[in-house]
Design a protein around this ligand. Structure first.
Ligand code: HAM
Length: 461
């Protein structure tokens, strides 16, 4: 190949904000995932797997048009007219089957014309869609669901903030299921998971947004407080003032943050009922010996929350310090056409958990045995024995082509951490045997082909 041609070959690199999880790190991921699964099952949660892309309007309707996630970060896919989320014909068909509630063709067509798909920026919307579509409410009074997987947000990447990241999330959804004890149980589950992953220095922040009416009250109060100070805030905040004033409390601009920090709030915008609910949640959390910090400025960036909201922060993460977050979202299921179900959940960011527990290097998994074959004929025989040993569920490997010297093959066995080496030369080929060498003691024995698996099994016990 000429040098000129080599220069023309494009070297691809990974998309910005995504990461390769290489074999040495996969072990850390596996450990987090398996610990999570064990704990989630102990708490009565079952796994749900939903698609990584959904109708874009599902995200717009659930998280809110003014949320940053919808407004700036949705990654749209397959802008292909034949792939539209729902054609008029399909809509009519669903309607005739009674699957679309409150279907208004006039209103819906506006939506349909701009439909398409987006990669999921979070798990809640898809789980709720699935809960409604699969009529899970008819199967159990409370569906306790968990999920693990990649999420996608078109954010400006930085440490702990990726465009493809992974969440472990839970959602507890059920008709008339709201209970302060359930909120507390879900919070306790988040704490337990983080502890199980090896984290200790994180903090739990909690607040209540109350009902939809309480939220409306709070936004009026907030607008009133901020009205005269608005000129001191950034352009984004000024536009948030009308569109969604809560977002100002989330602004990361240091000047805005300073002004927000100086403001004082309490829970007086909440109705007496919402205050009592929140008090009960905090008492239930305390009854499980979990410390939490009341933060009246915690509003969360997604529209669907009502009542309890919380965040797990800290763990030495710097500016992207939310290890996980969640809350109650009582109106979402019915807003999306489902039954009057209440719900609560959270999601933990796996990359942030791993950043916080620190890079853990795991030794590559050790092999039980490694075949060393001297010469082409022996290699051909060793190739078959290797396969036989593996089929007996003893891990075994060998060089991927014949011709290697004894020394080079022994080096390979050593590198792979083999506990035993099975050596096959001309002599052993004739006697239908192998030399089995214990790599830690150096002891050797001659074993017949028929007995080698049994021998290894006994030794490996
Ligand atoms: P969220 O606060 O948007 O909530 O995300 C939850 C967690 O996902 C964050 O605390 C963070 O650890 C992680 N995360 C979010 N964005 C990124 C990113 N760009 N890069 C790395 N990690 C990130 C939700 O997603 C809600 N669905 C949680 C929920 C479930 N609420 C009720 N149920």
């Amino acid at each position: 190949m000429s040098l000129q041609f080599i220069h023309m070959i494009k070297q691809f690199s990974i998309p910005r904000g995504t990461s390769d999880i290489l074999p040495s790190t996969v072990l850390s991921w596996e450990s987090i995932e398996s610990k999570a699964k064990d704990i989630l099952k102990i708490y009565g949660y079952s796994e749900i797997r939903t698609p990584i892309y959904e109708d874009i309007n599902l995200f717009k309707r659930s998280m809110g048009q003014t949320s940053d996630v919808v407004n700036k970060q949705l990654l749209e896919v397959l802008n292909n007219p034949s792939w539209v989320a729902m054609t008029k014909k399909e809509a009519d068909e669903y309607q005739s089957q009674g699957l679309l509630k409150n279907y208004d063709p006039q209103k819906e067509m506006g939506l349909l014309s701009e439909s398409g798909y987006a990669l999921r920026p979070e798990g809640t919307a898809g789980v709720v869609r699935s809960y409604i579509e699969n009529r899970l409410d008819a199967k159990e009074t409370l569906s306790k669901l968990f999920y693990m997987g990649p999420m996608f947000r078109g954010e400006r990447p930085q440490k702990g903030r990726l465009r493809q990241f992974h969440q472990i999330g839970v959602e507890a959804i059920g008709v008339d299921s709201a209970s302060p004890y359930l909120d507390a149980e879900v919070i306790a589950l988040g704490v337990r998971l983080l502890q199980e992953f090896g984290l200790s220095g994180f903090k739990l922040k909690i607040n209540s947004l109350g009902t939809k009416e309480d939220k409306e009250n709070f936004s009026i109060i907030l607008r009133h407080i901020l009205k005269d100070k608005l000129s001191d805030f950034c352009d984004d905040c000024r536009s948030r003032y009308d569109r969604n004033v809560f977002r100002i409390l989330d602004c990361k601009n240091p000047a805005c943050k300073q002004k927000i920090d100086a403001l004082e709030f309490d829970d007086s915008h909440l109705s007496a009922e919402s205050q009592a609910y929140f008090r009960h949640v905090r008492e239930s959390v305390a009854s499980l010996s979990i410390a939490c910090e009341y933060d009246p400025k915690l509003v969360r960036g997604l529209d669907y929350y009502t009542h309890t909201v919380f965040e797990f922060v800290g763990g030495g993460l710097g500016s992207q310090d939310a290890l996980g977050a969640g809350g109650r979202y009582n109106g979402l299921v019915s807003d999306l056409g489902g039954p009057a179900a209440d719900a609560v959940g959270f999601a933990l960011g796996v990359e942030r958990v791993l950043l916080s527990v620190g890079e853990q290097t795991h030794p590559e998994k050790k092999l039980d045995a490694f075949m060393v074959a001297l010469g082409e004929t022996a290699y051909r025989r060793a190739f078959v024995i290797n396969d036989f040993v593996r089929k007996s569920n003893v891990s075994c490997d060998m060089a991927h082509r014949p011709g290697g010297s004894m020394k080079s093959q022994m080096r390979l066995a050593d590198k792979r951490g083999a506990k035993y080496v099975l050596i096959l030369g001309e002599e052993e080929e004739k006697n239908h045997s192998v030399i089995v060498k214990n790599m830690s003691t150096g002891d050797q024995e001659i074993i017949g082909w028929d007995e080698v698996v049994e021998y290894l099994r006994n030794k490996l016990k």
